[in-house]
Design a protein around this ligand. Structure first.
Ligand code: MG
Length: 247
């Protein structure tokens, strides 16, 4: 188990192994593996996942909510994180309604706090696809989001981190069993990425590998056991996970 850099053209990708972690100066080991023969894990183990609620106007409207005056933040525990092709475990005895939420995830690359908007680009390591899986019935029942958003496996991330990308206007598509359910663009974010990183880092210190989920566009809906859900973002790739019963 180690970190690596994905290289090569479409269909011929390979992974160059690196020693240690990818933050800071990367040291290649000289090992190479075809991507098709590698099991991808979540591309980072964050100390925390900070998520933003109601950051696309059409999604706030579909849930019957106003757009908040300031970014609405909540957290998902690090134990929610899984990687590409790992299974989302549906907690059938506790919830009857589990939704997908396709989102762009920002990965932090430097220890930082109180980052001014104009310096946010210096603390971003890259971007990946995320699914903010949510037990919607529990979210409506509880005042806090912790239980609804906090089940093990409820934060698929991946398939990898794209480090060289302008994330200001990317197409985001969520499909369930190949059918398009969400289609948005990151240019529709109410609070953009610099604003979000500045806002969150004014509250808490961010650590390399920490993740900020930027909110979901309209079109959220339920998952059923056996479904295959994919979140694809232009310039990054596609994150796919199957839903299984936890119980
Ligand atoms: Mg969300």
């Amino acid at each position: 188990m180690s970190f690596g850099v994905v290289e090569g053209g479409p269909g011929e990708e390979f992974i160059s192994g690196i020693s240690g972690h990818p933050f800071g100066q990367v040291q290649f080991t000289g090992e190479r593996f075809p991507l098709s023969q590698v099991k991808l894990l979540a591309p980072m183990l964050p100390s925390k996942v900070v998520a933003i609620g109601r950051n696309y106007a059409e999604h706030a409207a579909e849930m019957g909510n106003e757009v908040p005056e300031e970014p609405l933040i909540f957290m998902k525990p690090s134990t929610t994180v899984i990687g590409h092709r790992e299974h989302i475990a549906y907690p059938t005895t506790l919830s009857d309604r589990v939704d997908y939420e396709g989102e762009l995830a920002v990965v932090i690359g430097r220890l930082c706090r109180e980052v001014p908007v104009e310096r946010v680009k210096d603390v971003i390591f890259g971007y990946t696809c995320a699914n903010d899986v949510t037990a919607r019935d529990l979210q409506k029942k509880d005042v806090q989001f912790t239980r609804a958003k906090g089940f093990d496996t409820f934060c698929p991330l991946g398939p990898w981190i794209q480090t060289d990308l302008d994330a200001g206007d990317l197409a985001l598509t969520t499909t369930v069993n190949g059918e398009i359910r969400q289609s948005g663009r990151t240019s529709q974010l109410i609070n953009d990425i610099p604003a979000l990183v500045a806002y969150v880092s004014a509250v808490m210190t961010l650590i390399p590998g920490d993740v900020i989920l930027t909110g979901t566009p309209a079109g959220v809906g339920p998952l059923e056991i056996g479904d295959e859900v994919s979140v694809g973002i232009e310039g990054i790739g596609t994150l796919t996970n199957k839903v299984v019963s936890r119980d």
